[in-house]
Design a protein around this ligand. Structure first.
Ligand code: NAD
Ligand code: DAU
Length: 362
């Protein structure tokens, strides 16, 4: 039996995965099977607009479950796998690393093994057309000093957090499955994403919601750590491009060319929230809520991505600039109070308590 036109997406109910699935259908592509465990970070409401759409199939399950993954591949016969599923929050990997090793390393291994078995069973033409896109992070490269050249695809790996180490492990497995077995794997290493549907444990949505509610804005350390921000829809476009045109066995760095110090990001968010939801006439501006707190252990100082390869070889570059993307993102959180209320469950509040309550104010 030959392949179908469908793709299997893992982790498609999370932040980037759900943006990917929505943008995939907006671009009028083929059917999607979404395998997601629905951990605290997975939210089917992100894809509520697809309810009843015959092109979309949701399966709640674990990428570590080899039998389930194998049977899904045999049943749906996808032409590609786009692998987003992961534990993704650095602070959680410091508090409880085990789930990161399980999902990011063992889960990716299980997925690669099942993909290899399925791919081996295909006709020669289908084997040649098949793709496995492994979605990874710039954090595998470690930390840059100010003035260091940006991470390129040949920068040596030097992961510093349990999260980054687990993603580095998964990248190495993905690489090995290409080199040893010929499985057509492509890896993307992307910088910090922001945009709609991001779980509010991450810097940008956390700061938007705290600013809106007049709560302290907890900036780690001196606030001078630098991240390279990319609007999530640009990341999704990059992944579609790599899937369609990338060369198997290659890695592609994806970045926003928008390096910003955390304190500048937080100040800009304060100003945008002040503009869109003005405080009472005599109330203090939201910048007054900024509170410097005890640093993240092992906090990487700076990330920066050299995205020239994907531009040169595949023609991708970001469409959004940080200021306009951030404005859209702040507006989205202000306009989607129901979504916000639904994700801030007991588990969310427990995490906020665990991560911030005992953090010393500097
Ligand atoms: P997320 O935490 O928002 O979503 C992860 C999704 O994976 C959730 O829907 C969750 O339910 C699902 N999941 C977790 N464990 C699973 C398991 N064992 N089986 C099946 N599903 C499982 O993450 P995100 O921010 O959307 O990141 C997606 C991918 O992109 C990750 O691999 C991450 O490493 C990578 N990435 C993220 C960023 C970023 O800035 N967020 C940047 C670069 C790369
Ligand atoms: O670089 C890509 C990575 O970006 C992805 O691989 C990760 O999945 C994603 O979570 C993100 O990791 P970061 O650790 O950079 O993102 P986070 O939003 O957690 O933090 C961004 C910066 O803000 C970082 O320097 C830590 C700081 N920070 C974060 C939080 C949550 C604060 O100062 N205060 C906070 O409360």
């Amino acid at each position: 039996m030959s392949q179908s036109d469908s793709i299997l997406v893992t982790g498609g109910a999370g932040f980037i995965g759900s943006n990917y699935v929505l943008s995939w259908f907006a671009a009028d592509r083929g059917p999607v099977v979404n395998l997601d465990l629905l951990t605290y970070a997975g939210n089917p409401a992100n894809l509520a607009s697809l309810e009843g759409d015959p092109r979309y199939t949701f399966v709640r399950g674990d990428i570590c479950d080899a039998e389930l993954v194998g049977s899904l591949l045999r049943r749906h016969r996808p032409r590609a796998i786009v692998h987003f599923a992961a534990e993704s929050h650095v602070d959680r990997s410091i508090a409880s690393p085990e789930a990161f090793i399980r999902t990011n390393v063992q889960g990716t291994f299980a997925l690669l093994e099942q993909a290899r078995a399925y791919w081996t069973s295909l006709s020669q033409a289908d084997r040649a057309a098949f793709r496995f896109v492994h979605v990874s992070t710039d954090e595998v490269y470690g930390s840059l000093a100010p003035g260091d050249p940006a991470f390129s695809e040949t920068t040596p790996y030097a992961p510093n957090s349990p999260y980054a180490a687990s993603k580095a492990g998964s990248d190495h497995l993905a690489r090995a499955y290409f080199h040893t077995f010929g499985l057509p794997v492509l890896t993307t290493n992307c910088s910090n994403n922001y945009g709609p549907f991001q779980f509010p444990e991450k810097l940008i949505p956390l700061m938007i919601l705290n600013a809106l509610e007049g709560k302290p804005l907890p900036v780690y350390g001196d606030g001078m750590n630098v991240r390279d921000w990319l609007y999530v829809k640009d990341h999704c476009a990059a992944i579609r491009t790599v899937l369609a045109e990338g060369r198997p066995g290659e890695t592609y760095n994806v970045g926003g060319m928008s390096e910003r110090a955390n304190i500048d990001v937080v100040r800009t968010i304060c100003d945008l929230v002040d503009e869109m939801r003005p405080t009472e006439v005599d109330a203090a501006p939201r910048r007054m809520l900024i509170t410097y707190v005890e640093d993240r252990p092992g906090h990487d100082r700076r990330y920066a991505i050299d995205a020239r390869k994907i531009k040169r070889e595949l023609g991708w570059q970001p469409a959004e600039v940080f200021e306009s993307g951030l404005r859209k993102t702040v507006r989205w959180y202000l306009e989607n109070g129901d979504w916000v209320a639904r994700v801030r469950t007991g588990a969310y509040r427990e995490w906020i308590e665990k991560n911030y309550a005992a953090r010393a104010v500097l």
